[in-house]
Design a protein around this ligand. Structure first.
Ligand code: IVH
Length: 727
């Protein structure tokens, strides 16, 4: 790739400046010229080192140039402009990040998990392109005839790229100068992290060449190389500091530092993969050419990008990259396939959060075998006692795993797992690691006997209360209620969680201490804590105590749905809580609602209704609520309104989402359904119109089938959703 060579005269000028490190005799014009020359040189070498991986000077020489630049700026601070390499060391810490609205939303990708699904994707695109209208054939496109093209031969070039497992970043350039960097956030609004992004050596502060649009947004993924990640964790461990669980968290944590001087010390890298918003005018016609342009402008583009002429070639690429994966120094979790031709991309368009013209092929779950050291029984908020496998630490799916879930006593039975066994651990994406199976051939003789089977507790391991197991239920439950410290702690964790009262700074460890030192015996006591009391606890400084008092104060202004959810009523999840709030409008109305009145709420079946009635019939609960309200917790009144969604396609319908979804989270599916006008229920009843069921769906699916309620899978949901959204 051509890189501008500095002129001889410039080099000499710089050499002198570097030698004497004294610029006091320079007039303003000379200082400015010298500064520009030094900045160019530094960015030239920076690019060679971090982007091209082909340095031509050594570190010491680079440092001398850098010192000269800093010295020059010391005497003339106005030279330290936005694109000066001096910005790479970080800037003054911020109090918080400003928000940054994306001119074009940052979308996500739909996923596939098999070669067949990839072929289906290709077929879908071909079918869609075959029955398209041809707007270019007529100015008034609405009159344009629908042209049936032959689908088979349509050439469809794909660009195959590693799906980097890092953090998405948007970089905005004006006349070639980096003016803003933003995180993805919710896709529409992210955080302005410009100071931090400037510290990433492979982020150009000024674009190279001169053929870029006056306004250009470049998008890419920030990663921490695996070797650097390991080194970072080793150092952190030695210093007794926090380690990151995987390179992606390390990149995310580093990018979200309010003090960019900390980010500057983290070895982050940016791979550019697309352009977003740009000024009208010259932009290449294909994605592949755009990637070449990004390289010319100074970005690092992944070296394994490949152009494929057929979907079979894409599938070959999957195999090729899966082989390469373990030799790469950055984490990847799949492959992204994108239609190369931009005009086809824009014809295909988008569905909700994802483009139709791209797809992510996700690598299958990774497995590794290790030894089961012990089985721990953990007590949750509602008293459910869950077995957790304690493992000899093992690296699988990009993280070191030392715990895996065993789900429940039935699962222990099914796996026939015993302490000391070799077990296979499976981990996919962010899902909690699971014990997939036991290697029986490696079972030590000491646990061959049936007596080696794990003992299922009959008393709560925390409070010794009796454990009950209802007929037909796999779950063991502690009967201790809030007398059980484990349940109490978990109920406080739940109360303060993000979707509940969102009390920032109240972590699990702190809750543990607050309960163990008996500073609090319930959630209402939280609001009586003084700053001194909090500061007296281990690992708590005055500042964090003050912050916690402030977030407790902030949490008082909440919403009725959140408050209800925070109370932790059995079976009342976030959706049910919000439906109850919207249906009744006030807490008093919910408290006094009869079973029948509760059953009116679309989401509420008999079990949920019974739990709600039982909760409010318990005087301890109502007294607790009274105390919380006395301490100032409140919410705006809800005006019950069912008019506004009348024209939406799913108005008046009730849907249920259950099981594991692949392309989206259940929360995302529910949000889509609500946006389409549906009510989303947490349980199936005769009032349910349709159930979206993914793998692992259990009793809700059974009930839907028993009641003859329509059940569809995720693919069908996606297809219908696309039609509804298309309108
Ligand atoms: S293209 C709408 N290309 O994957 C197009 N994304 O699930 C989406 N990602 O948020 C972006 N490597 O952070 C694209 N080569 C690549 C990618 C990539 C990683 C991430 C990106 C995005 C997420 C989408």
């Amino acid at each position: 790739m051509p890189v501008d060579k500095p002129t001889q005269a410039l080099l000499e000028q710089i050499a002198i400046a570097v030698r004497v490190l004294d610029f006091s005799s320079l007039d303003k014009a000379a200082a400015t010229a010298l500064h520009a020359a030094l900045a160019d040189q530094l960015e030239y070498h920076n690019h060679r080192y971090y982007v091209l991986d082909d340095p031509s000077i050594d570190d010491a020489e680079y440092d001398r140039l850098f010192q000269a630049l800093l010295q020059l700026e010391l005497g003339a601070p106005e030279l330290g402009s936005a694109e000066s390499p001096s910005r790479r060391v970080g800037a003054k810490p911020l109090g918080s990040f400003d928000s940054a609205t994306h001119k074009i939303p940052m979308l996500s990708l739909d996923n596939v998990f098999s070669a067949d699904a990839l072929r289906d994707f290709d077929k879908r695109l071909r079918a869609r392109l075959a029955t398209r209208s041809r707007p270019e054939s007529s100015a008034a496109s609405s009159d344009a005839p629908i042209v049936k093209a032959s689908t088979g031969q349509l050439p469809l070039d794909y660009i195959c790229e590693p799906k980097l497992d890092g953090v998405a970043l948007s970089l905005s350039y004006e006349n070639g100068i980096l003016v803003q960097a933003a995180t993805r956030g919710d896709g529409r609004v992210g955080e302005n992290i410009t100071d931090n992004a400037r510290t990433i050596a492979s982020v150009p502060l000024r674009l190279r060449g001169n053929d870029f649009p006056a306004q250009l947004e470049v998008r890419g993924e920030v990663v921490m190389p695996i070797t650097e990640f390991n080194q970072f964790n080793q150092n952190a461990l030695a210093a007794g500091e926090k380690v990151f669980v995987n390179p992606r968290n390390a990149a995310a944590g580093s990018l979200r530092q309010l003090d960019s001087r900390i980010t500057a010390k983290r070895p982050l890298q940016l791979f550019a993969y697309s352009i977003g918003h740009h000024a009208e005018g010259a932009i290449d016609a294909t994605h592949f050419e755009t990637l070449q342009a990004l390289k010319r402008w100074g970005f690092k583009v992944n070296e394994h990008v490949h152009r494929a002429a057929t979907i079979d070639e894409c599938i070959e690429y999957c195999e090729h990259l899966a082989q390469l994966r373990s030799s790469l120094d950055y984490a990847i979790d799949g492959i992204v396939f994108k239609i190369n031709d931009f005009s086809l991309q824009s014809e295909l368009g988008f569905v909700a959060r994802a483009p139709r013209w791209a797809i992510a092929f996700k690598f299958p779950a990774e497995e590794a075998s290790t030894t089961l050291v012990d089985i721990d029984w953990q007590v949750g908020r509602t008293g459910a006692i869950t077995p957790v496998a304690k493992l000899e630490p093992i690296f699988v799916g990009g993280v070191t795993v030392s715990n895996a879930t065993l789900h429940n006593a039935d699962e222990i039975e099914r796996l026939d797992v015993r302490v000391g066994d070799r077990v296979v651990i499976r981990r996919a994406g962010d899902v909690i690691p699971q014990v997939a199976r036991v290697d029986l051939s490696a079972r030590p003789s000491s646990s061959q006997q049936a007596s080696g089977k794990p003992r299922i507790p009959s008393q709560c391991p925390v409070c010794n209360s009796t454990v009950e197991r209802l007929d037909g239920e796999a779950v063991l439950r502690c009967t201790g209620g809030l007398v059980c410290r484990a349940q109490l702690k978990q109920s406080i964790v739940h109360f303060s969680s993000r979707k509940a009262l969102d009390i920032d700074g109240l972590g699990d460890k702190l809750i543990e201490q607050l309960v163990d030192t008996q500073l609090i015996a319930n959630v209402a006591d939280l609001y009586l804590l003084s700053q001194d009391q909090i500061a007296s606890l281990e690992r708590m400084a005055d500042k964090s105590a003050r912050n916690l008092i402030e977030s407790l104060e902030r949490s008082k202004a909440t919403e009725l749905g959140r408050f209800l959810y925070a109370l932790g009523i059995r079976e009342v999840g976030e959706t049910t809580a919000s439906n109850l709030a919207n249906h009744f409008g006030t807490l008093a109305a919910i408290e006094s609602a009869s079973l029948d009145a509760l059953l009116e709420v679309s989401d509420v079946g008999e079990i949920v209704a019974a739990h709600v009635v039982a909760f409010f019939a318990n005087a301890e609960n109502t007294q607790l609520i009274e105390r919380l309200v006395q301490q100032g917790i409140g919410w705006p009144v809800i005006v019950v309104d069912s008019e506004s969604s009348k024209d939406l396609p799913l108005h008046g319908q009730t849907w249920v989402v259950t099981g594991k979804l692949i392309n989206m989270t259940r929360d995302e599916a529910k949000a889509d359904l609500r946006a389409l006008g549906a009510k989303v229920a947490g349980s199936v009843s005769s009032k349910t119109n349709c159930v979206v069921a993914g793998p692992g769906a259990g009793s809700k699916l059974d009930k839907a089938q028993a009641l003859d309620v329509e059940v569809i899978d995720e693919q069908e949901f996606l297809a219908r959703r696309a039609d509804w959204l298309d309108g």
